[in-house]
Design a protein. Structure first.
Length: 105
């Protein structure tokens, strides 16, 4: 007679079989659902936040370039250069290409 896959005793059920992890119970599906749901929610909020920051950075760069090209005074050109620099930094920080300012301090 060939023994069952769950051990040498044919009357033994899968629930009675020793666990490979030392007898610990399996994971709780409700807890796993909550963890996965929170992780997905967090990831989606990160994506939306990154897209919004890149959009704001794009507007700053465009406004800064227009101020540099069409500026009549040195003050307007300076403001345009600062807006372009900040917009580029904001986009790079949102995409995690450079560390945020809070890590510098």
């Amino acid at each position: 007679m060939v023994p069952d896959s769950n051990g040498s005793r044919p009357d033994r059920s899968d629930d009675d079989a020793p666990k490979a992890d030392g007898g610990a119970a399996g994971f709780d599906e409700a807890r796993l659902y909550t963890v996965v749901r929170n992780a997905v929610k967090d990831a989606l909020l990160d994506v939306v936040g990154t897209l919004l920051l890149v959009g704001v950075a794009f507007v700053l760069v465009v406004a800064g370039v227009q101020a540099v090209l069409w500026g009549l005074s040195p003050g307007t050109i300076t403001i345009g250069v600062v807006a372009v620099a900040f917009g580029l930094y904001l986009a790079a920080a949102a995409l995690e290409l450079v560390p945020p300012v809070r890590d510098w301090l």
